[in-house]
Write a protein that binds this ligand. Structure first.
Ligand SMILES: [Zn+2]
Length: 349
């Protein structure tokens, strides 16, 4: 297996999820139920993974992913594979302090009887020599989508999940994944916990890994609960300011962020100077497709605070709830915008 290092300036990627084909799952919806069953479902998921890769390649994306085609949800699907969680026993709680949802209950010690995504990662690895990135939920975001009747401590449960994620991450690395990303939207909500143990748990999850690691922190998918929440955040979103100083000191290699169309003051990026930054230059909460020039503008702004060799143009978040046409257009805009800025950088150097 070759190690794929990213050599190109401004390598493009996506935050993770991409829309699924309508023969596999109901389109333009989160938690969309599968349309196939049994062996057909397994084969269908893998076909969709190949298709998603193809669409990323057609659009010229440099660091490719599985488009999260084999999972129904970025957190739940992983948890479904663990023991200690009872999906029949549900309780209504508030997720990320934002919206109520009926969630499964932790009823005993959590463990991972077998790998969750490793077979999928092997399939993706076989299809391409490009660098591949694989997303996993982060420990703090995992605990936030469960009712815990066993540990009765958010911190204890997060440490248990960190150990489990580390096992999965090591197997993904062995399967040839180049970048392992942990999705931690909860880092934008629970600031005290992030600094007390959230980032430490994340470092436990990446312990001993030789591949690159990333953390994705966003303001969520473009669903109503999130857009309503964003309206309460005021004109300046300074949430990143809370976690950045400690993240800058952490062992995480890459930080993936929401930038385009958000109210995040771009100068906050200065707080993570030295880290590689996946700069969200595509808004996932609108069907309007960015122009390449708009993407280039966001990247140019970010370049004031991120060294060019550390800037990775990306999407603000996953695109699962968008139509395939819109997602495809946005991927093309991302690569076209990155092309513009890449040329400018090459000319000036
Ligand atoms: Zn996100």
């Amino acid at each position: 297996m070759t190690t794929n290092t990213v050599k190109r300036l401004l390598p493009t990627s996506t935050a993770g999820s991409l829309p699924k084909p309508s023969w596999l799952a109901e389109p333009e919806a989160l938690w969309s139920p599968w349309k196939l069953q049994g062996k057909e479902l397994i084969d269908g998921k893998h076909d969709a993974l190949r298709l998603s890769l193809h669409e990323q390649q057609q659009a010229g994306i440099d660091i490719v992913s599985d488009g999260e085609q084999t999972r129904q949800h970025f957190v739940t699907t992983f948890i479904e594979h663990l023991t200690g969680v009872d999906f029949e026993k549900r309780k209504t709680i508030k997720i990320r302090d934002r919206y109520e949802a009926s969630v499964p209950t932790v009823v005993g010690a959590v463990s991972r009887p077998k790998s969750v995504f490793v077979e999928d990662a092997k399939i993706l690895r076989k299809q391409t020599n490009q660098p591949i990135k694989w997303a996993l939920p982060g420990p703090m975001t995992m605990i936030d989508t469960l009712y815990d009747a066993h540990y009765q401590s958010r911190e204890k449960l997060a440490w248990e999940f960190a150990k489990i994620l580390n096992q999965e991450a090591k197997e993904l690395e062995a399967a040839g994944v180049d970048i392992i990303q942990f999705d931690e939207p909860a880092f934008n909500v629970f600031f005290d916990e992030v600094n007390e143990w959230g980032i430490a748990c994340l470092e436990r999850a990446i312990e001993g890994l030789k591949c690159e690691t990333a953390v994705h922190i966003c303001y969520g998918y473009g669903i109503k609960a999130n857009t309503d929440w964003k309206k309460t955040l005021g004109t300046e979103w300074r949430q990143y300011e809370q976690a950045f100083p400690k993240l800058q000191q952490s062992n995480i290699d890459i930080i993936s962020l929401e930038c385009h169309n958000s109210h995040v003051p771009i100068e906050l990026l200065e707080l993570i100077r030295g880290k590689k930054v996946m700069v969200g230059a595509i808004d996932v909460a609108t069907n309007n497709i960015e122009t390449p020039e708009e993407v280039a503008d966001t990247l140019r702004e970010a370049l004031k605070y991120v060294d060019a060799d550390k800037l990775y143009p990306c999407t603000n978040c996953g695109m699962a709830p968008l139509s395939r046409d819109v997602a495809r257009g946005k991927l093309q805009a991302l690569t076209a915008g990155a092309d513009i800025v890449r040329k400018e950088l090459t000319l000036t150097n």
